[in-house]
Write a protein of this length. Structure first.
Length: 323
């Protein structure tokens, strides 16, 4: 019996593929995932396969074979000060300290994050220097939680050190703690797979209906409905987006979208649209995930250790070393 945090559970789903499943059409979605015509249009094929994989994992349906998706080495997106690395873990002991440790880190300031699209080499350079700066000054999670340093301390020192050197905007310093840039992020662990959660099915139905209304509002034409499927391009550079969209139009994959659409609409507005759509899709994922957990008694679910190892999850050294 193995325990997973919500994070490791999500990582497991990302690593699973369904063998011999080429495409999920609307009828398959209604029959095998969730019986709603309109919800289907919120997702592209990668999204749909991910949803179906989660359902198969929880239901234990033997009609479909789960295969291992090749997992690339974890990529540092340089969003946080403390580099995120290491294997995704499962736990033997539900009282393991690591199981309930949660996520603690420091955000990279917005002027630094923006450099990722504007000047990638400069962005990489300043991120590495900020990390060394944190280490040199002993700006640690422990000291932050102990109150030895705070947001104003970090912001003041950052503004003295980096904006002039790298030609970036300083961080605004508020006169009150309330308006200060929040460096520290802590995500509490949502516990392991045996943690019972309440589920209100009537509220779920209402939430789905409301979410679909909001999608109709932003996807107010066939053009925007079709382009919503391409929201995975939102973080690509403009030239890459233009080439991808143009090629998709020429091959007939992207219908009812004009070749001059982006020129008229603009990349900025298109990315804003995609970000809004991705937020709605994230909500839909979460709603369906909670529905699956409720349907298949997630709180009673246990995972076979060999199954988890097959999908490249590793045993926690802390609790497995003690057992």
């Amino acid at each position: 019996m193995a325990f997973l945090t919500e994070y490791s559970y999500r990582q497991l789903i990302e690593r699973v593929e369904i063998e011999n499943l080429d495409r999920i059409d609307q009828q398959f979605f209604k029959t095998n995932i969730y019986d709603n015509d309109y919800l289907y249009y919120l997702f592209n094929q990668l999204d749909l396969k991910k949803l179906f994989a989660e359902k198969i994992i929880l239901s234990g349906d033997k009609a479909y074979v789960l295969t291992h998706k090749e997992v690339p080495e974890r990529k540092d997106n340089r969003t946080y000060v403390l580099e995120i690395k290491g294997n995704v873990k499962y736990h033997k002991d539900n009282k393991c300290e690591a199981l309930n440790r949660g996520f603690k880190n420091f955000y990279m300031p917005e002027p630094v994050v923006k450099l990722a699209e504007e000047d990638s080499k400069k962005h990489e350079l300043i991120v590495e220097e900020i990390r060394l700066w944190f280490e040199k000054n002993n700006y640690t999670v422990y000291r932050y939680e102990a109150g030895e340093i705070n947001d104003k301390t970090l912001t003041t020192d950052f503004n003295k050190t980096f904006p002039e050197k790298y030609g970036i905007e300083p961080i605004f310093i508020s006169q009150s703690d309330k308006g200060q840039f929040q460096w520290y992020i802590e995500k509490k662990s949502t516990g392991n797979v045996s943690t019972k959660k309440s589920f209100d099915h009537n509220k779920f139905i209402i939430d789905i209906a409301e979410l679909l209304k909001r999608r109709d509002f932003i996807c107010n034409s066939r053009t925007m409905q079709n382009l919503s499927k391409y929201d995975f391009l939102v973080n690509r550079d403009n030239l890459d987006i233009s080439n991808y969209i143009t090629e998709s139009i020429e091959k007939g994959y992207l219908k009812e979208v004009s070749n001059v659409f982006i020129d008229n609409y603009g990349f900025k507005r298109l990315k804003e649209f995609w970000n809004k759509h991705r937020e709605l899709k994230k909500e839909a994922f979460n709603l369906l995930s909670e529905y699956f957990k409720w349907t298949y008694n997630y709180e009673e679910k246990t995972f076979d250790e060999i199954f988890l190892e097959d999908f490249n999850l590793k045993a926690c050294n802390l609790c497995y070393g003690n057992n």
